[in-house]
Design a protein around this ligand. Sequence first.
Ligand code: C6P
Length: 420
Amino acid sequence: MPANTLSNEQTVAGVFDAEAIREEFPILERRVHGRPLVYLDNAATTQKPLPVLRAEDSYYRTLNSNVHRGVHRLSEEATEAYEASRESVRRYLNAASTQEIVFVRGTTEAINLVAATFGRTHLAPGDVVLISGLEHHSNIVPWQMVCAERGATLSVIPIDDRGQLRMDEFGRLLTDRVKIVAVNHVSNALGTVNPVREIVAKAHARSIPVLLDGAQALPHGPVDVRELECDFYAFSGHKVFGPTGIGVLYGRSALLGSLPPYQGGGDMIRSVTFEKTVYNDLPYRFEAGTPNIAGSIGLGAALDYLWKLDWPGIRAHERDLLSYATEQISTVPGIRLIGTAEEKVGVLSFVLQDVHPHDIGTILDQEGIAIRTGHHCAQPVMIRFGIPATARASFAFYNTKAEVDALVEGVRRVREVMGV
Ligand code: C6P
């Protein structure tokens, strides 16, 4: 991840100790099929550190009650904890205000929210939504749905053979018919880090807003949405070492505030009569119903935990791990790496001759190694490379070179078992 799209107060790299930090992630001590767990499926979901486990447990043991509703003590304390988490998110993204932080179920819901509200109010027949060929289905399907409804068209920035966006094509596709650009910050299938600052600058030069899907970027460090100048930023709690079922939509307040509500119900209203409903202020206008209170508190704990880490040191460790893994896996005969972008996070997507990726995953599992196989909810990426699926190992800061060695050894074993 280039330092220029991530931010943190610290600037000096220490030597990051991955072995030491593993002690804070109890699940990493597990054994699977009698072997030590080698967890390399971090792009699917990350493991949780003790402070997150404690925060959720403590919420249910000591605070459990509904938020924004009760005058009683527990409800007040739960509301305070819920809103404190919103502030933790604001700080991690360097948003201007907590009004810009909407709690949702995850990245998928965040993008659906924007597609439904912005899409329905800003798209007309002949308009264009510009996405990229690297997108997760969550940043394709909601736009397809709203385009079909509004008579608009989906346009796609193509990718090159290394899995990088064709920025020359982006310039050509960015016409005045484009009403929103929606791209991922980091690709889940290939690990490519996209030039999002350039994308935002070019789109804004034509007054076109930009949504960034940050699901795979935030696990690799804080970002500064004000510095990126994006209009929307979406992410999931479970990929940033927090709980499942919780995520965030950041929206620049001027734009977010101009959008109609997404879902109707409790908490998103100021007053209701049968004749007329007056909606609540930001961000509550987009938080209908009892929210995932424990999840939000767990997410706040995760981001507070991450905030204190040595990010320059972690980035150096992650870069080192990726280049070691790339080098080592390339020594295995028959391996083809899919996605070799110049700027990448720790994702190794690969195929091994004509061995089906599911067989690779199953054999590695017998060795205690967890990877993901399939199309990674990014089928257009697979189509672009002419393959149905890949095996994908994805790293987090708690992974070590010994685990890379285990992966490479495991892939050699796959060759033996499959006779290739
Ligand atoms: N990618 C993966 O294994 P949800 O499911 O809403 O938390 O996140 C969806 C999503 C959106 N955008 C990107 C870039 C993503 O990587 C994901 C989730 C996981 O790659 C599960 S498919």
